[in-house]
Design a protein around this ligand. Structure first.
Ligand SMILES: [Zn+2]
Length: 137
């Protein structure tokens, strides 16, 4: 930007509204999510679009501080996007409904799948079993 007098100036800090950050790949701090140590039965849905993503039956204690699952609710719950760098390849996991960033998929999970979906709890909405719209008892 150029000021009226023609001099280039540093943009002043602008108070911006909170960005819609659901598509920004960022990882919440471990042990801070509302779901990392939740053990009750129910389903985990996308916090943004409500898509069924994971079931509590696939959740396990990974000791990472993030909600971790061995499988998705249905195969079409999420999409995986390979993310490569010099040191490793990991799979970014996004909601298949709205493409919001959920977390990452690693291949060091327990049986039966050997997969570990490491998910930001803030991207999930928990619906207890038996709740309206939730899975059956
Ligand atoms: Zn979604």
């Amino acid at each position: 930007m150029t000021d009226r007098d023609g001099t280039r100036d540093v943009d002043p800090p602008v108070e911006r509204p909170a960005p819609d950050d659901r598509r920004i790949a960022r990882t919440e701090q471990a042990f801070t999510s509302p779901h990392w140590n939740r053990t009750d039965r129910g389903s985990y849905r996308c916090a943004w679009c409500g898509r069924d993503l994971f079931d509590s039956s696939a959740k396990f204690e990974s000791s990472t501080g993030w909600p971790s699952f061995t499988d998705t609710a249905v195969p079409t719950s999420v999409v995986g996007i390979p993310e490569k760098n010099r040191f490793f390849t990991r799979i970014e996991v996004r909601c298949a409904g709205c493409e919001s960033h959920l977390g990452y998929l690693f291949r060091d999970g327990p049986d039966p799948t050997g997969l570990r979906y490491c998910v930001n709890g803030s991207a999930l909405q928990f619906v207890p079993a038996g709740a309206e719209g939730g899975p059956g008892q």
